[in-house]
Design a protein around this ligand. Structure first.
Ligand code: FAD
Length: 431
């Protein structure tokens, strides 16, 4: 039996250190960042210092295998770490565990040539450069067979033309991993390839940055990019020609579960804030905590957080155990499909309990709330993941024979009587 729902003491002490480091060093830095007059360069310098502290503690990118410069902790330990790192925006970056770099590291490690690894994976792992993943196009996202960005071979080069948008970090990344059609005459699953494009290559034109819900127009971290006659050397093809769909799956599976791990931090924070508020605020002569409807919401929230967290942890455990994302596809899709719903429910309850303060911009709920629909779109819409879950679940079943389902009681009783009836009659005769 190995169903141990507890953390070994040695790793718990690392989590304790991470918890204190995030609380004392990173959260104050993120909070101060928005303050007037704070110098952005000073912020980046401090981030670099904190990264060094994490490296000195041997906790840098530690979910990666030792061959990639990590500790090989795997996804379960990363999940426990991400429950803490997800509390504040800069923490994943300071621990070498931020999207979209983690996914890009994974595909460079899996599919990159030795030269590509040396040139891009090593500095990415060291946190010296940033990367972006450029797949979604303005006219097509959930259905990648509709992408139209083209890469055409011209001698020793590929020439890329097309438009991509929502390329997170695309405006400042050193490299862009770009998905493009290389053979439009075959099924897109065999005619689409992946390329590494240095952002400063001529023809990589950033049209504008796009943000989500609460960000001002024109600001945000997701680039709308026009690739215009972008020439990259033939050796910038990542993996085999025509294999972009397989590469994308490797990348997206990890990314999806990492978002969920970090979101557990948001859920837990909401529960903490709810409980604190319920025990602090009085109305009609008693604490909110004594009102039954408030108690119901606290109970529902605690249960929702526990259920979702356990699903995430079990999925992470399965990834470590099977070491094959395809075998955990159903679980990852289920986590991804459930995430926006649980965020909506939990954030709404916590926000509502705080009254006007809750909906004001003086509490973090507005931002958390905006994250819920975003999580239902990023890395593929909820519907697509639900279809995956259903298809995978149905694989383990088959139709019943004849008119009645296998659990039809009269049919089952008939079979039961056939099986044990004679024995029962004999037993009755003996008494
Ligand atoms: C914060 C954020 C970050 C992102 N980062 C990146 C990035 O770094 N790189 C990148 O390439 N992309 C990125 N994306 C894009 C993301 O992957 C796409 O938005 C996503 O795949 C959905 O594509 P779409 O926006 O074109 O929506 P559409 O494909 O137009 O889907 C819209 C809606 O149609 C419905 N729908 C679609 N398909 C189905 C179906 N099969 N069954 C039923 N209903 C369906 C759903 O309601 C869905 O929400 C990011 C998106 C967000 C929000």
């Amino acid at each position: 039996m190995s169903w141990a729902f507890e953390t070994e003491p040695e790793f718990q002490s690392k989590l304790d250190w991470i918890e204190e480091f995030v609380r004392e060093e990173i959260e104050p830095l993120d909070l101060a960042r928005g303050a007037d007059g704070l110098d952005n360069r000073a912020f980046r310098r401090r981030v670099d210092e904190l990264k060094q502290e994490v490296k000195d503690r041997d906790l840098w990118a530690c979910h990666l295998g030792p061959e990639l410069g990590g500790k090989g902790y795997g996804q379960l330990k990363l999940a426990l770490m991400n429950e803490i790192l997800g509390r504040t925006p800069s923490a994943p970056r300071i621990f070498g565990a931020q999207a979209p770099d983690t996914g890009n590291m994974e595909i460079l490690a899996h599919y990159g040539t030795e030269e590509q690894k040396k040139k891009w994976l090593e500095p990415l792992l060291a946190g010296e450069i940033y990367s972006a993943y450029s797949m979604t196009e303005p006219h097509a996202g959930a259905d990648p067979t509709m992408f139209s960005t083209r890469a055409v071979r011209d001698g020793d080069e590929w020439v890329i033309n097309g438009e991509k948008w929502f390329t997170s970090n695309g405006a400042f990344a050193t490299i862009l991993v770009v998905m493009a059609v290389t053979n439009p005459d075959v099924d897109p699953h065999d005619g689409t390839s992946m390329f590494i494009v240095p952002r400063k290559t001529p023809g990589v034109n950033i049209v504008r940055n796009v943000g989500t819900g609460t960000e001002p127009l024109g600001r945000g971290g997701h680039a709308y990019i026009r690739y215009e006659d972008v020439r990259v050397p033939a050796e910038n093809l990542l993996g085999q020609e025509g294999k972009a769909f397989v590469i994308a799956q490797t990348r997206l599976s990890g990314g999806r579960i990492h978002h969920a791990m970090r979101s557990v931090a948001t859920l837990q924070r909401c529960l903490d804030m709810m409980c604190e508020r319920a025990l602090s605020r009085e109305t009609k002569g008693e604490l909110l905590a004594n009102k039954q409807m408030v108690q119901e919401r606290i109970a529902d929230t605690w249960t929702d957080v526990q259920m979702f967290r356990l699903l995430v942890l079990q999925t992470a455990w399965k990834i470590d155990r099977y070491r094959d994302y395809l075998k955990v596809r159903k679980d990852i899709a289920a986590v991804k499909a459930r995430l926006p719903g649980v965020l909506v429910d939990v954030v709404y309850r916590a926000m509502h309990l705080h009254g006007a303060l809750g909906v004001s911009n003086e509490m973090p709920f507005g931002r958390m709330w905006a994250a819920a629909p975003t999580m239902g779109i990023a890395d593929g819409p909820t519907e697509v993941h639900k279809v995956t879950v259903a298809q995978q679940v149905l694989r383990d079943y088959k139709p019943h024979e004849g008119l009645w389902p296998t659990q039809h009681i009269p049919t089952r009783r008939e079979l039961a009587v056939e099986k044990v009836g004679a024995w029962l009659e004999a037993e009755v005769g003996n008494t």
